[in-house]
Design a protein around this ligand. Structure first.
Ligand code: SF4
Ligand code: SF4
Length: 502
């Protein structure tokens, strides 16, 4: 049972009647009016929201001293200098594999968390959930809770309606602008770009992205809300592959709740009050089983626990539970009448969640392997690198005296900061090949000397010439070696010298 499947159209309980009894992809959207709820899950969600939003808005303002001439922003994607700064770390374009590794880590981590705790990402930490929660909180403060909002929307558009709607949308827009503005700060120096935006001195690109991210936040969190999760996000579609019977998911213990009805001995614990439906941000009824629309936020757990407490019944009619336990309880209570014996029988067969199982071991193994590779790559990271690019057009030039010449671009990347290095370039290859480096000085041995730039790349044009009479094959391996002042090899890079087919 309980395969993830589309449920009834969201908003069934919104107070607007549906025109069709069949779920349809083309059903008219019915607005969801979630009711406020309090309880342990809600408190955890508030805490997560506060931490994540604080991090998002505050991090660009954290300063980090890296020395002169380098950005002092702790987290910055420095497009102008093609660099990513993250506190102690500095990633160059040549090291983009670190970002790839981080993305792989994030993806596998998400798979692992999903296999253990179901849609905890969707329900607690996904930006769509966090900002929608914030927008709903603002909406409630201004328009009131579920009933008041429904009454407002279905009532006349009088002065009060306009006032409340204007205030709400102004507040949403302010949050959206703060969100869009904060995003820009991750790509620009935060204090500078803030002043530039406010004084009209920012570039068109900055204003463009500011407007884009403001509009995206406003539309997704204010208007689209649960529709993003239900129709736009691909994650619910394939997360089923990560869930199994041992994953924790929000479940209605139907073996205990049914038959639902009045709070008497003839009925189960569900009094059909629909509190769980009214608090649901996606407008579904968890009692219909596992559904694609359920983001696993657990607010229905709080709502139902509150009802159970008021009725003097045991909490947990809706709970974070494994499907394995749910099936075991269903089997143990089949045919039993509602009452304390059925509840005790159903709870007695529950077992602790099985955390160590093949799929979690695989995820843990892959996570550890990727982490180790990344750690090794970081520890062996070189601060000085040389890349040699041979000209591709033309591959070689025949000189008027019959000699053959190849052109190369030497790129010397210095990721460190400190003294400038002066390095002699030695060419290793067949006897007779001559090396010149344009604009380079020469050392006592007549070798061209190139210099590093602090925290930057220097680029040099090198020419290698084979004099007439030096008969080389079509392709000859050569090596550019950099030597320090004591003649010690610092770096070497292989390339090839091309000539006509003999
Ligand atoms: S909140 Fe609990 S008692 Fe009320 S309808 Fe939902 S499951 Fe039944
Ligand atoms: S059914 Fe419950 S857990 Fe699922 S989205 Fe609705 S309130 Fe959240």
């Amino acid at each position: 049972m309980n395969a993830l499947a589309p449920g009834k159209p969201p908003g069934k309980e919104s107070g607007v009647s549906s025109t069709s009894s069949e779920p349809s992809l083309y059903a008219k959207h019915q607005k969801v009016y979630p009711r406020a709820v309090s309880g342990p899950v809600r408190r955890v969600k508030w805490a997560v929201l506060a931490v994540l939003l604080s991090l998002y808005y505050v991090v660009p303002w954290i300063r980090w001293d890296r020395g002169e001439g380098v950005p002092d922003q702790a987290v910055l994607v420095d497009m102008a200098h093609a660099r990513l700064f993250f506190f102690w770390f500095e990633i160059w374009p040549q090291e983009v594999y670190f970002l790839t590794g981080l993305l792989v880590l994030g993806a596998i981590g998400l798979f692992a968390v999903t296999s253990l705790f179901g849609r905890i990402w969707c329900g607690f930490t996904c930006p769509q959930t966090v900002w929608t929660d914030l927008f709903m909180w603002v909406e409630r403060r201004i328009e009131g809770d579920r009933n008041a909002r429904m009454k407002l929307d279905h009532g006349p558009r009088d002065a009060r309606w306009w006032r409340l709607k204007l205030v709400k949308h102004a507040a949403w827009l302010a949050i959206a602008m703060a969100t869009g503005g904060a995003w820009i700060m991750y790509f620009n120096d935060a204090p500078t770009v803030t002043v530039d935006i406010l004084t009209g001195r920012a570039s068109l690109a900055v204003y463009g992205f500011f407007a884009l991210f403001t509009a995206t936040t406003y539309v997704l969190a204010g208007a689209a809300r649960e529709q993003v999760c239900t129709y736009m996000c691909p994650w619910p579609r394939f997360q089923g592959a990560m869930l199994d019977e041992n994953s924790l998911v929000v479940t209605y213990r139907d073996w205990r709740g049914e038959p639902r009805g009045k709070p008497d001995a003839a009925h189960g614990d569900c009094v059909d009050c629909k509190a769980c439906v009214h608090v649901c941000p996606t407008g579904i009824d968890i009692r219909d089983g596992q559904q694609l629309e359920c983001i696993g936020c657990g607010l229905c757990v709080d709502a139902c626990d509150d009802v159970m407490a008021k009725l003097g019944r045991e909490k947990g009619l809706i709970a974070f539970e494994t499907l394995k336990n749910l099936a075991a309880s269903q089997a143990a209570t089949r045919g039993m009448a509602p009452g304390p014996e059925r509840l005790a029988a159903g709870m007695a067969v529950r077992r602790p969640q099985k955390v160590i199982r093949p799929r979690t071991l695989v995820y843990a193994g892959v996570l550890s392997a990727v982490l180790l590779v990344m750690l090794g790559a970081w520890l062996m990271r070189e601060t000085l690198t040389l890349s040699v690019q041979r000209d591709r057009a033309p591959l070689y030039v025949t000189l008027s005296d019959g000699g053959i010449r190849n052109g190369y671009t030497l790129k010397l990347a210095n990721k460190g900061r400190g003294a400038t290095l002066h390095l002699a370039v030695a060419l290793e290859g067949p006897q007779g090949l001559r090396l010149t480096v344009q604009d380079a000085e020469q050392d006592a041995a007549g070798r061209p000397v190139i210099t590093t730039r602090d925290d930057g790349i220097t680029q040099w044009r090198a020419l290698v010439t084979a004099p007439a009479g030096l008969n080389l094959p079509e392709s000859t391996p050569i090596t550019f070696r950099l030597l320090d002042a004591q003649g010690r090899s610092v770096l070497a890079q292989q390339s090839s010298f091309l000539g006509p087919r003999r």
